[in-house]
Design a protein around this ligand. Structure first.
Ligand code: BGC
Length: 253
């Protein structure tokens, strides 16, 4: 049986869903079922806090003795959220970590959602022991990114917001999985947009490996083979659970 210090809870707040599970942070395995609730309409702080409480209650981990990591879809600097692409503007320049700690009555570790997914893949997945530059992107409501150099995360890279010269919509608004759903694109059409995105990243950063996370990564065989890149591109080992696992892992350090 895992000792108590290797068990932690990870909660991954996304633009569409809030997911959580109990994780064995020595192996990255989920020790519970994954609980998911919808992100409340408008994603305002009080409503998101209430939804996180629901997730913790359903997981039966309201006990503050179990370390808790929370991942959020925004720039996170010293506990403050500094941006809000797919959540309420009230998160801009907001003491979010303190807000969750007071609201939940326990300490948390708080970080960007894509960054924690990157940490999970470094510790337990596709980025493990990879030298050089790994860029993990999550394709979901938005596009999140984690840049990892020789196993070390460079936080808050926000590569989903790259501009597309001459176009109004940035990379995320045009190429996230939500754009495919909204515009009912075929895999082929969507892959055309991803081709532009990953070629651009490849040109800018010359990475050694791309990792693709987010819910759609479970269908990686439908779109990754359609991309023509010099850089290897693989699905995240932990697919859409990477955020939960990384958040939990960071809560212990
Ligand atoms: C946010 C990022 C986040 C990504 C994925 C983007 O809109 O700006 O901070 O990582 O969505 O959730």
């Amino acid at each position: 049986m895992a000792s108590t210090t290797t068990r932690a809870v990870g909660v991954d707040i996304g633009g569409t869903g809030i997911k959580g599970a109990l994780v064995d942070i020595s192996t990255g395995e989920l020790l519970s079922d994954r609980v998911k609730v919808a992100t409340p309409e408008g994603a305002k702080p009080d409503d998101v806090l209430a939804a996180v409480k629901t997730v913790l209650e359903r997981l039966e981990v309201t006990d503050a003795d179990v370390p808790l990591g929370v991942a959020f879809p925004a720039i996170v600097k010293r506990g403050r959220t500094l941006s809000a692409a797919n959540v309420s503007d009230r998160w801009i320049d907001f003491e979010a970590e303190q807000f969750f700690e007071e609201g939940l009555g326990r300490e948390i570790h708080f970080a960007n959602d894509a960054d924690v997914a990157g940490v999970a893949e470094v510790r337990f997945g596709a980025a493990r022991d990879v030298d050089g530059l790994v860029i993990l992107t999550t394709l979901g409501t938005g596009i999140g990114s984690a840049m990892i150099h020789n196993g070390v995360l460079i936080p808050n890279s926000e590569l989903g917001h790259l501009d597309r010269a001459g176009h109004k919509r940035d990379a995320e608004a045009w190429a996230a999985y939500s754009a495919m759903e909204r515009e009912e694109l075929t895999w082929d059409k969507w892959a055309g947009r991803l081709q532009w995105y990953y070629s651009h990243l490849e040109f800018l950063f010359s990475p050694d490996l791309f990792i693709v996370g987010g819910g759609v990564s479970k269908h990686a065989d439908k779109f990754l083979p359609l991309l023509d890149l010099k850089t290897p591109i693989v699905p995240a080992t932990h697919r859409n659970n990477a955020g939960i696992i990384g958040a939990a892992a960071l809560s212990i350090g």
